[in-house]
Design a protein around this ligand. Structure first.
Ligand code: FHN
Length: 451
C-alpha cells in the first residue's frame, strides 16, 4: 500500500526505470530489431548525381528473359499460365541469336532516351549475366553471352547511362521465403539471412562488373526489410557512391527509403521536393506479348510531357522478343518519340516541373529564364486562361507554329492562338521571362476548356 506522496513518486520512478531497462535489453537481445538510427536514416545521394539523373528526364526500361519464349508476363506467369517446372526450364531453350546490344541502345538513343535500365534478375530468379553464385543464369543457356556486358559497353559507346533492375524477391531461390505463383506460397526451408548473402553477392557483382551504374532499380522487397536492407544499401553506396537507388530496396514499413519514388503505370503527382520517376509500359505487358496493345504516339508523348511537367522522369518499357529483337512497331513508335524530342526536347531535358501545374490544359516546364508550355486543351474561344504570372513576360513563341498572342495583367495571363495553329499532341509555347523561371511559385490552372 503506497502511503506518502514521496513513496508514490519513488514507485513511479522505479516503474519508468524498469521499462527503460527492459527496452534496452530487448534491443540487444533481438539483434534483428534495427536500431532507431538505422531505421530512420537513408544514406543521402550526391546531389550532383540526382541532378544529372533528373536532367535526363527520359529512359528506357527493358523487361526480358527466357519467359519471352512464352509471351506471358515475366515472373508472374511462373506457376500460373506456365507451370513452375516448365517455366524454370525455359532457359535451356533461350537462344536470342538476333540480340544486338548496339541496336537496342541505338533504339533508345533514337527515341531521345538518355538512360537504360534492364531486368538483370526478375522475380523468377533468372540472371541475365553469368553470376558466380548461381547456375540459373545466361551461362546456362545456349546463348551464353553476357547480355549486361554487351549492353553496358554499347551504352558507353552511345553516351547512354546504364542502370540495373534487380528483383529483391526471388520466387525461384529456395532460401527466399516466398514462391510462385505471385509470391503467394511459402518455401519449405527458407533462410532469409542466407538469401541476403546471395542477394548482396549478386548486387556486388552488378556494381563491380558493369561500369558506373546510373541506378540500382530494386523491386518488390516483400519480406526483405531494413534489418538486411540498410547494410546492403550501405555496401552498394560504398562501392559506387554516386549510384542512385530507388524506393524499393527493402520493405518500407513507414521508413523513408530510396533516393527517388517510383509511381508505376501512372504519372506521379506534381512534386519538386522529392525526385520521382514514372515507370510505364509502351504496351500493356512488361515482358513481350504477341499482339499486345501499344500506346499511340499521342499517349506516349503526353505521358512524357505530364511526367516532366510534374518534375519527374519517365522510364518507358519495352519487352524484347525471344529472338533478341525489339518489335519493329515498338522501334518505330520510339523513333517517332525521338522525332518529337528532336524538335521540342529543350522543353524536357534539364528542365524542372512547373510553374503552371499539370492539368487537363496541359503541363509546363522551366529552365533558366524560360517557361515551356505544352498546351493540350484550349477554351472554345481559342484561348488559355492562366493565373497571374509573378514575372514579366519578355517574349512568347509558338514552337509548333502559328502566331500566339498574350495578355498579361496582375490578375491573369491569357494566351490566344488560331485553331489552325494548334498541335494535335501539344501546342508548345516558349515563354521568356525577366528572371529565373524556377523561382516562380507553382500555380494550379483552373479547367476552362468547357469540356
Ligand atoms: O512485379 C513487378 C512487375 O513485373 C514489373 O517489374 C514492375 C516494374 O516496376 N514492378 C513490379 C510491380 O510493381
Amino acid at each position: 500500500m503506497i502511503k506518502s506522496r514521496e513513496e508514490r513518486s519513488m514507485y513511479m520512478l522505479s516503474r519508468i526505470a524498469a521499462v527503460i531497462i527492459t527496452a534496452a535489453i530487448a534491443s540487444t537481445l533481438y539483434a534483428s530489431e534495427p536500431n532507431k538510427e538505422q531505421q530512420t536514416s537513408w544514406p543521402e545521394p550526391d546531389p550532383k548525381a540526382v541532378k544529372a539523373w533528373q536532367d535526363m528526364r527520359f529512359g528506357m526500361f527493358i523487361h526480358w528473359g527466357p519467359v519471352s519464349l512464352t509471351g506471358h508476363e515475366i515472373g508472374w506467369s511462373r506457376g500460373k499460365e506456365t507451370p513452375v517446372e516448365k517455366y524454370d526450364m525455359l532457359y535451356k531453350e533461350f537462344n536470342p541469336v538476333k540480340f544486338n546490344a548496339d541496336e537496342w541502345v541505338k533504339t533508345a538513343a533514337d527515341a531521345g532516351m538518355k538512360y537504360l535500365v534492364i531486368t538483370t534478375k526478375h522475380h523468377d530468379g533468372f540472371c541475365l549475366w553469368p553470376s558466380e553464385v548461381t547456375d540459373y543464369d545466361i551461362g546456362g543457356t545456349p546463348f551464353k553471352r553476357d547480355v549486361l556486358k554487351e549492353l553496358s559497353d554499347a551504352c558507353k559507346k552511345h553516351g547512354i547511362r546504364f542502370g540495373t533492375y534487380y528483383s529483391v524477391c526471388d520466387w525461384h531461390n529456395p532460401a527466399y521465403p516466398l514462391g510462385s505463383p505471385g509470391g503467394n506460397t511459402k518455401k519449405p526451408n527458407p533462410d532469409l539471412a542466407a538469401y541476403d548473402k546471395y542477394l548482396r553477392a549478386q548486387t556486388t557483382e552488378l556494381v563491380k562488373n558493369y561500369g558506373t551504374l546510373v541506378t540500382m532499380w530494386f523491386d518488390v522487397p516483400q519480406v526483405y526489410d531494413v534489418t538486411y536492407g540498410a547494410d546492403m544499401v550501405k555496401e552498394l553506396r560504398a562501392l559506387q557512391p554516386d549510384i542512385l537507388i530507388n524506393n524499393r530496396a527493402y520493405a518500407k514499413r513507414g521508413l523513408s527509403v530510396g533516393d527517388y519514388d517510383t509511381p508505376e503505370q501512372k504519372i506521379g503527382g506534381f512534386n519538386r521536393e522529392r525526385p520521382w520517376e514514372t515507370c510505364m509500359t509502351i504496351c500493356r505487358q512488361w515482358a513481350w506479348k504477341p499482339n499486345d496493345e501499344m500506346k499511340s504516339l499521342k499517349q506516349c508523348i503526353q505521358t512524357l510531357i505530364y511526367t516532366a511537367g510534374g518534375d519527374g522522369n519517365l522510364l518507358f518499357n519495352v519487352g524484347p522478343m525471344p529472338d533478341g529483337l525489339i518489335e519493329q512497331r515498338q522501334v518505330e513508335r520510339l523513333k517517332e518519340m525521338g522525332n518529337w524530342m528532336a524538335k521540342y526536347g529543350d522543353g524536357i531535358y534539364g528542365t524542372r516541373g512547373g510553374p503552371f501545374k499539370p492539368g487537363k490544359w496541359g503541363a509546363s516546364t522551366c529552365k533558366n529564364n524560360t517557361i515551356y508550355m505544352f498546351v493540350m486543351e484550349w477554351s472554345p474561344d481559342n484561348s488559355l486562361h492562366l493565373p497571374a504570372l509573378e514575372k514579366q513576360i519578355k517574349q512568347v513563341k509558338s514552337l509548333t507554329g502559328g502566331d500566339v498572342t498574350f495578355n498579361q495583367t496582375d490578375k491573369n495571363l491569357i494566351f490566344t492562338i488560331p485553331a489552325t495553329s494548334r498541335d494535335e499532341i501539344a501546342t508548345v509555347l516558349e515563354i521568356t521571362v525577366d528572371g529565373n523561371a524556377f523561382a516562380i511559385t507553382p500555380m494550379n490552372v483552373e479547367d476552362k476548356s468547357g469540356k
